[in-house]
Write a protein that binds this ligand. Structure first.
Ligand code: USQ
Length: 410
């Protein structure tokens, strides 16, 4: 059994991961400074289901499962705090979700970009140094498939065999991320790789795709008190979750531009299993191991179509709109990313099916009265301000919900 320290234990993935490990008999500690709750407040957004405060969540979990989760409240960029938590809890595995998780948030302004990179990169540097001084810990770090971007070649799992001038080497796969958030993960990966080479740390970098889903086997034990932080707004809601809420709210699904953007996706339950597999099969000392963590690829347009069909079966009239893309990204591109290593460790994927979408939609339907439609659109503009003065002025003159006016409706 492991002593698992979950960093970012109050978040969408952190809290379900804490319960998952606890239920399977591991000793679990959670660490969180509630920054995410402050960022939500700043933007005026909230999760679909009410999420109790950390102390209450831990009490509720104890009442349901009979198991104790230790709780540490503080900021991962604060060295004294990190050092004290590591010495007190003495983890054998650290699962690191404790970062600013949103690409759009990092593109709001200069301040948001800087805060995201300082928060994420400094936090991970503190963890690296805590591990340097306490050997025997395996770090499972949440990276992102977005670190690779969308190159015109197959994406390997972390490393690429390169032939150059008659010599060859296995080198880190090139990174071409498309937001300051994804860049913060790239910087983390470089720092972690360096620390593995220098100090023989053991690290698994999970380059995760876009996660969707609202419940896990543990949240189902008491959906009222153990729910996870499920977002549907432009900044914190990932695309499929967002589409499900838009379908239920009766507003058009916002496919950005052509909708040919292809990404790797996985269900929230598979995320937990992947993290478990990484913990149970640790990287060796000195190894910087990279897994591409997703189960299937879709274009955004395909996802919208899946939601439309699943919604129709539930009697929802779902409209799909191609809106002006607020991001700067390719809308049609080659994408073929390897994802073999977790399958080799025993992952049995739960692929996106109508049943799965149906269950997400049904839970959203149950809570439809809590949907705040006016928060879905947050008007984050990724383009430089000077680039399109008329467009920016026009956008500033219209209310937030009008921003997503369709270019084309299907
Ligand atoms: N998109 C739409 N319409 C929307 C929202 C998004 O077309 O209403 C498009 C985006 O333009 C993008 C794709 O859907 O092409 C995915 O967007 P997303 O918001 O679901 O995901 P992203 O911003 O890429 O970030 C999310 C998580 C992040 C994680 C990443 C994995 O928030 O923490 O690292 O997924 S990946 O996308 O593989 O980089």
């Amino acid at each position: 059994m492991h002593r698992v320290l979950v960093l970012g234990g109050d978040g969408y993935l952190g809290w379900p991961a804490a319960m998952y490990f606890s239920r399977r008999g591991h000793k679990v500690g959670v660490v969180d400074g509630f920054q995410k709750r402050r960022w939500e407040e700043e933007l005026g957004v909230e999760p679909l289901l009410p999420v109790p405060l950390m102390g209450q969540r831990v009490d509720d979990w104890r009442a349901v499962s009979g198991k104790q989760i230790d709780c540490y409240i503080g900021d991962l960029t604060d060295w004294d705090f990190v050092d004290q938590v590591f010495r007190d809890f003495r983890p054998t595995a650290v699962v690191h979700f404790g970062e600013q998780p949103s690409a759009p948030y990092s593109m709001i302004s200069r301040e948001h970009a800087i805060m995201t990179q300082v928060n994420n990169v400094v936090g991970t540097l503190q963890i690296i140094h805590a591990m340097r001084d306490l050997p025997g810990i395996h770090l499972v770090k949440l990276g992102s498939m977005g670190e690779y971007g969308t190159p015109n070649i197959d994406i390997e799992e972390g490393y690429l065999e390169i032939q150059h001038n008659g010599r060859s080497d296995l080198l880190p796969f090139p990174k071409l991320p498309h937001s300051f958030y994804h860049l913060s993960k790239v910087h983390d990966s470089h720092n972690l790789h360096f620390a593995c080479r220098m100090w023989k740390l053991a690290v698994t970098d999970l380059n995760q795709g876009v996660v969707y889903g609202i419940e896990t086997d543990e949240t189902r034990l008491d959906p009222e008190t153990l729910a996870t932080s499920f977002h549907y707004d432009e900044v914190f809601g990932t695309v499929l979750n967002r589409f499900c809420v838009q379908a239920v709210a009766g507003v058009p699904l916002t496919v950005y531009g052509k909708g040919g953007q292809t990404r790797g996706f996985l269900n929230i339950r598979d995320t937990l299993r992947c993290v478990e597999l990484a913990v149970l099969h640790p990287a060796a000392a000195g190894e910087f191991r990279v897994f591409n963590q997703f189960t299937e690829q879709f274009t955004v347009r395909e996802l919208a179509e899946c939601v439309r069909q699943a919604g129709r079966k539930l009697g929802l009239r779902v409209e799909v709109a191609h809106v002006r893309n607020p991001r700067m990204e390719l809308e049609q591109h080659y994408y073929n990313a390897k994802h073999d290593k977790l399958l080799q460790l025993g992952l049995e994927p739960r692929l996106l099916s109508e049943t799965l979408l149906d269950s997400v939609l049904r839970i959203v339907l149950e809570h439809r009265s809590r949907i705040r439609v006016e928060t879905i659109c947050q008007n984050v503009c990724w383009q430089p301000r000077q680039a399109a003065p008329q467009e920016v002025a026009a956008a500033a003159a219209v209310p937030a919900t009008a921003w997503a006016a369709p270019m084309v409706s299907e």
